[in-house]
Design a binder for this molecule. Sequence first.
Ligand code: NAD
Length: 353
Amino acid sequence: MTLFDSPDFEGHEGVHAFFDEKTGLKSIIAVHSTARGPAAGGCRMWDYSSAEAAVTDALRLSKGMSYKNAMADLDFGGGKAVIIGDARSQKTPELFEAFGRAVESLDGRYWTAEDVGVSPADLVATRRTTRYVAGLEGHAAASGDPSPVTAEGVFRGVRLCVQRALNRDLNGVTVAIQGVGHVGAYLAEKLHAAGARLIIADVNQQALDEVAAKTGARIVSTDAIFDVEADVFAPCALGGAISTTTLPRLKVKVIAGGANNQLADKTIGQAVFDRGILYAPDYVINGGGIINVAGEIRALEANTAFDPAWVATKLDRLAQTLGEVLDHSLVDKRPANLVADEIARTRIAAARA
Ligand code: NAD
């Protein structure tokens, strides 16, 4: 199979492979689209089983970033970098400097940031060789931890879905949160403040104890979270939470959470819709994080300070966009994830035209 026949290839503008002999860097940078602006998306370091697996991931993730950035109404296209290697044992500052040279060679068509396996410390080394890096600390344009902004966007999305599906506010509504890490913990606090009752599950006991102490949440096992009596299921852990095995167990009317890639496969969105569950497409509802990063890139480009008011305006717009997706889904009787994909493709095509 060639790159162009891959099921994950969708008109990508550029797929760039980089090798640096001195440091051993093997990296793929995929630029899906620059129609709306420079491609923005993080860099993932992962011990891929093959170069082909790395390319597939870069294709899939960069397209995902195009869609996410378009739905967040950002003047950015989608791109993603992957570095092939073990993030626990193969990181060196020199490797990330070499990666920076790779980014720099694209001349600003791609902006990088952190993702799985890449930390702000790694980006400090990357910054020595390219300016197209977001997510560094300690400067006026810095945007800081995106998680609180992501959680705020998710909170608003949950509130909107509950309004639509149950015709009520969050007071007294029961929300089951899967994963109380960065995003899940902030979300729990916001929901608790709005009067929601919480049920939480995580593999990390300390995280559970902290959230339960702050919010009075009931703790259940990571398996039992799919069976609880709740109004909302909020996936905030890893991808693939909604599958053919978990969906039949859910008793909720709403699925809305911060995790990426919540639907385990392409058919499951239809199954969610057929069960009468209102689903907030993951890459729309969790767009707060990329909005925060975009705020930093914008400030870096203009040589100004980070502007929280700009981020707040974009978050308001994000909630409106989610509302539009849910409206179309209802009127057209189509799964919300497909509606979101269609709107994203239309926005990108309009910019291209
Ligand atoms: P995190 O690692 O801080 O939190 C994830 C939590 O899930 C951890 O506490 C982990 O112990 C828990 N977990 C792992 N497996 C679990 C399981 N089987 N059942 C229950 N809990 C489990 O990550 P995060 O930054 O909070 O991100 C959470 C999700 O949101 C991820 O999918 C991430 O890609 C997505 N996301 C995050 C942001 C952001 O701003 N941080 C933005 C957009 C999307």
